[in-house]
Design a binder for this molecule. Structure first.
Ligand code: ATP
Length: 450
């Protein structure tokens, strides 16, 4: 089972402290969200799962963390100044603004009027001034994708960490797009995070690697709780490809509002490294690049065995953190009708993604002995460094279980009077609600094994 509507997810996320509209006390800021105590944990856990798989489990990938503010020349030569735009249409009657490619039957999505302007291109990049002088030329961009900072650091990484082709550079970080119509909760926002790998390969090997990353990425989503059969592969038609792409597979997922892109896996050819290189004419570049006499580096690779120097091709799996969270929350969301007729809401999150790993609950809130024993147990589990472990001292077991079911805590431990006698407590499993009596040593062994 998954959520039946976006409202269910929005409501749970707000109520339980996952996601809030930013600056809500001042009316918010459209298309921008903040992450609360459990949202930040889920987000970090998701990013860690990506980093672990894409960097730590491999020998051919290095990570970087580059700046958000970007020299305008980078985004000129990457083609973003000229082409990173969406077609904008205004309704002449109600002044509603829409993306031309999202309009149905040539009618305003708000008032239904057909009195619309011709589409005009609207660049999605945010500009800002850098330094104290605000003039026309003195601006930088907030990066619209993390990828460009990887390309401009290509030589830095290679010089400090020599690699053989194929190899990759990974990065997770913020990206900004002034979307015309941000919507569908955290699906389309103006400030978001991307998890991107630029994987450099030799021309000719690119298509094979493209398929390799397609498989790998689908497999990874499976481990996060978005099963293979929930993802449809869209081979993006040629006339819809981004300016840099020779071919893109979009991983399409059925979000509560409809089927849309979760991750894109693009074959960016030699476009980016070629575009940012000086003396482009010295190399064979397949992509149509913008002439560059402003870069002071050749972003080339030299094969020490063959002495060949060339501009590699790039395969790029690029996933959005927020879209990932939305898909994972949607998959994990469950409502069960219990024997007593009540409905139980729970998030069946994979334990490595759960914001809280263990909740320790004293049966009686005012019983000093029980509470101090519970604190002791909590401290011991915290010492295992497994993530967030909390003491839930409300005195209301039912309420605590409900809360931890809803935020996806896999294990709750209840400390009662018997615990003081025999050093054991009740362990309750989130998904089955099965309870077993267990002692701390057994629990620690179980945790260490998992
Ligand atoms: P769309 O067609 O939905 O606008 P896109 O093709 O422009 O997406 P890419 O440029 O391929 O997106 O970006 C890679 C990934 O970054 C996307 O698959 C998505 O997960 C994420 N992403 C892109 N734009 C946004 C956004 N406005 N809000 C949230 N995530 C985004």
């Amino acid at each position: 089972m998954s959520a039946q509507s976006m409202e269910q997810l929005v409501s749970l996320c707000k109520r339980r402290g996952f996601i809030y509209r930013t600056n809500e006390i001042y009316g918010g800021l459209q298309g921008i969200y903040d992450f609360g105590p459990y949202g930040v944990e889920l987000k970090n856990n998701l990013k860690n799962a990506w980093w672990s798989e894409m960097v730590y489990q491999r020998d051919d990938v290095e990570g970087i963390d580059a700046s958000i503010l970007t020299n305008k020349l980078v985004l000129k030569h990457s083609g973003h100044e000229d082409t990173f735009s969406d077609p904008l249409v205004d309704c002449k009657d109600c002044k509603n603004r829409m993306r031309a490619d999202h309009i149905k039957n040539s009618k305003c999505s708000l008032c239904g009027s057909s009195n619309l302007t011709e589409p005009r291109e609207f660049n999605l990049m945010f500009k800002t001034n850098v330094g104290p002088i605000e003039d026309e030329n003195n601006y930088a961009y907030l990066r619209p994708e993390t990828a460009q900072q990887i390309f401009t650091n290509f030589k830095n990484v290679l010089n400090s960490n020599p690699k053989k082709i194929p190899f990759g550079i990974a990065q997770i970080g913020k990206a900004f797009r002034n979307e015309i119509t941000p919507r569908n909760f955290i699906f389309r926002v103006r400030e978001f995070e991307q998890m991107e790998l630029e994987f450099f390969v030799k021309k000719g090997d690119d298509e094979e690697w493209h398929k390799y990353w397609l498989e790998k990425r689908i497999e990874w989503w499976g481990k996060q709780g978005v099963a293979k059969d929930k993802i449809k592969i869209l081979n993006v038609p040629e006339d819809e490809l981004s300016h840099y792409s020779k071919g893109t597979y979009d991983l399409m997922y059925e979000f509560p509002h409809g089927v849309e892109e979760l991750e894109g896996i693009a074959n960016r050819t030699d476009f980016d490294l070629g575009s940012h290189s000086k003396n482009q004419e010295d190399y064979q570049i397949d992509a149509k690049v913008i002439k560059n006499n402003e870069s002071n580096e050749k972003l080339v690779f030299t094969d020490n065995e063959t002495n060949e120097t060339y501009i590699p091709y790039v395969i790029e799996p690029s996933a959005g953190v927020e879209r990932g969270m939305l898909a994972i929350l949607n998959e994990a969301y469950n409502e069960e009708v219990l024997e007593n007729g009540k409905t139980r809401t729970l998030l069946k999150l994979k334990p490595h993604l759960s914001p809280v790993k263990v909740a320790v609950i004293p049966l009686k809130k005012n019983d000093e002995k029980i509470v101090s024993y519970a604190k002791e147990i909590k401290k011991k589990i915290q010492g295992l460094n497994i993530g967030r472990v909390v003491l839930e001292n409300t005195g209301n077991i039912g309420k605590s279980y409900r809360k931890h079911d809803e935020i996806g805590t896999p294990v709750c431990l209840t400390i009662d009077f018997d615990s003081l006698e025999n050093n054991s407590f009740t362990k309750r499993d989130r998904d089955t609600m099965k309870q077993e009596r267990i002692d701390i040593e057994t629990l620690i062994k179980q945790i260490n094994k998992s």
